[in-house]
Design a protein. Structure first.
Length: 235
C-alpha cells in the first residue's frame, strides 16, 4: 500500500476506540489493553506486519457490518435512518479506509456524491484517497453558469428529480468513485454515471454504506467496474 499502513492502523484503532470499550477492542484484536493504549495514544507505532494485520481486521466486511448494524435505525419497511452513521465521524473514518482498501488500485482521482447526506462520507473518502471532491446539486448553484444535468423519476414519493453538476467539475480522463449513502432503486447512482460520462470522465467504482434489496443491480452492474456495499439488507 502506498500510504503508510502503520499510520492507517493507528487511525483505525483510534476510530474504533471511540465506538468500543477497551475490553471489546481487546476481544476484537487479541491485543492487551495496555498495548492498545500505547498505539491509540501514539506512544509507539505497531510494526508494519502487525499494522497490516490490524488494517485487514479493522476493515473486514463482517467486522464493519456489525458496527453498522448496531448503529442503524430501521423506522419501517424500506425506511432507514442513517443519521447515526453518516454524521458519526469515527464510523466515517472507518468507512473511508474500507473505501481505500477496495478502490485505491483503481487510480481514483475524483469522488462524486449528491448533496446532502452523501457529503460527509464523500469528504472523508476523498481525503483518504487524496482525490478531488465533486458535489452534485439538486438545484443550480448561484454563480455557476454551465451545468450538465440529468433527470430521473424517483419512486417514493413519486417525483421528477433533476441533478446538476458544474460542467468544469470533471475532465476527460478523470477516474471517478461514486459515493452513495443508500442504494435502493439505484436511480440516483445511475444518474450520476450519466453525469460523469457527459464530462468525458470514467466511473470506475461505487461505494455505498447500505443497500436495500437487489433492484439497484439491474441499473448499475453493467455500468461500473466495481460496486462495494458495506451493509446489505435483504427485502
Amino acid at each position: 500500500m502506498p500510504t503508510d499502513v502503520r499510520l492507517m492502523a493507528v487511525e483505525l484503532l483510534r476510530a474504533y476506540k471511540k465506538i468500543l470499550k477497551y475490553k471489546e477492542l481487546e476481544e476484537l484484536t487479541g491485543l492487551s489493553a495496555p498495548g492498545l493504549w500505547r498505539y491509540i495514544n501514539k506512544r509507539i507505532r505497531p510494526t508494519k506486519e502487525r499494522s497490516l494485520e490490524l488494517f485487514e481486521l479493522l476493515t473486514n466486511q463482517r467486522v464493519v457490518e456489525e458496527i453498522l448494524r448496531n448503529k442503524l435505525v430501521e423506522v419501517g419497511d424500506n425506511i432507514i435512518n442513517l443519521s447515526p452513521i453518516i454524521y458519526e465521524v469515527p464510523i466515517l473514518k472507518i468507512l473511508s479506509y474500507v473505501a481505500y482498501k477496495e478502490f485505491h488500485r483503481y487510480n481514483v482521482n475524483a469522488v462524486v456524491t449528491v448533496e446532502v447526506d452523501g457529503i460527509p462520507l464523500g469528504v472523508m473518502i476523498a481525503d483518504t484517497l487524496e482525490s478531488k471532491l465533486v458535489i452534485v446539486r439538486k438545484r443550480p448553484e448561484v454563480g455557476v453558469k454551465n451545468y450538465n444535468q440529468v433527470s430521473y423519476i424517483a419512486r417514493d414519493p413519486p417525483a421528477v428529480i433533476t441533478l446538476f453538476m458544474a460542467s468544469d467539475s470533471l475532465k476527460v480522463g478523470d477516474r471517478v468513485l461514486i459515493v452513495d449513502d443508500l442504494l435502493n432503486s439505484g436511480r440516483t447512482s445511475s444518474a450520476l454515471v450519466k453525469l460523469i460520462r457527459m464530462s468525458g470522465a470514467t466511473p470506475v467504482g461505487l461505494f455505498s454504506i447500505v443497500a436495500i434489496g437487489e433492484k439497484w443491480r439491474e441499473l448499475l452492474e453493467n455500468e461500473i467496474d466495481k460496486i462495494y456495499v458495506a451493509l446489505k439488507l435483504g427485502r
